[in-house]
Design a protein around this ligand. Sequence first.
Ligand code: ATP
Ligand code: MG
Length: 416
Amino acid sequence: MAIKAPRGTADILPQDAALWRFVEKTAAETARNFGYEEIRTPVFEHTELFQRGVGDTTDVVQKEMYTFNDKGDRSITLRPEGTASAARAYIEHSMHALPQPVKLYYCGACYRYEKPQAGRLREFHQFGIEAFGSTDPALDAEIIALASTIFKNLGATGLELNINSIGCPECRKKYNEALTAYLSSHSETLCETCNTRLGKNPMRVLDCKSPVCKEVAAGAPQILSYICEDCRAHFEMVQQYLHAMDIPFTIDASIVRGLDYYTRTVFEFVSTQIGAQGTVCGGGRYDGLLEELGGNPGPGMGFAMGIERIILVLRAMGLVKEEKNSPRLFVASIGQTEAALALCQKLRGYGVYAVCDVAGRSLKAQMKNADREGAKFSLVLGDEEVHSGEAQLKNMETGEKITVSLGDIPALVALI
Ligand code: ATP
Ligand code: MG
């Protein structure tokens, strides 16, 4: 039996790649217009990075990581997200010494062992940004504006922005007490994992995907009612700045986000057009992460958007991207493959898309191919052309032919 791709992975075929390129390019260009620079980090990291960075009690770390021992017996994990890696790189390369905030963007594959369904894969792709070194609410608002601008530039409409503040560790103490009391009174209903979370990190229960836990979570006390004065003032400034930039939002006190490192502002962009996996972008502030990972204490904030889900949104809106890439010249040959290859190679040196037959076709089949590929011009190389150094350049649209010298490549390039 033929081998298939592993469950939860997907091939991006040539006919889909144009839309992918459009999404990746638009996101990157938008981020660059906001002053972000690209960072590329390894696809695998030490497992400890995610245990410490994402948090031991999260779904991601408890259930979803691709973790294995390499041949040197080190515990390695395929990155389930990008923030911990970016933070590690910031610390490792002493980026705190650069002017702050340091603003980074990335795009790449992430891995989570999940139950595959529409918009949920085991290998998926994220475009994300991280900004380190500023606690100013202006940064929070600018980052939300960046996500919103990416969606605008993609032409994705109908996305709703929900924001919340989950406070700082200080205000969370009081909240955790109230939450633990509430959750304990429902402990028989909660799933097994949540029962173990109860004592360690009760907020994680609020993000559990199990329907029974969700129901309990719906009646839980909300963090927004417990945040301290500083956190409240910070959140109010974020809202004021969003208003100033005409970015509509809703406060959703139920957002807690699935990763442990979040503090204060958290947000999501949600689509109602793509089914249950509607969250296309999630982000927030993580003022404790750098210190947690062994760096100097310092704030940070970022988001990640799922490219597969964005593509679902764009397709639901009927957006199709076709980039027909047609040759400028098709070099057909009659027994002169060597000359045809050499001519194409010279033309490509001038940045010209030129092709010749590499499948041993007859002249008739070659010309049919030139038509099918939408070549602008064609020429035929036979013994006579190769000896005389001249050939007939045919305009495929008008049928018009002119004689060209095969020795003068710049002149040929100028004609096609
Ligand atoms: P969800 O609640 O849908 O599981 P999450 O909170 O785990 O999402 P984040 O860790 O915040 O997601 O990741 C940011 C974004 O990456 C999500 O909003 C989503 O668009 C995308 N994403 C996360 N997990 C997957 C996945 N398994 N397949 C496809 N996209 C994903
Ligand atoms: Mg998840």
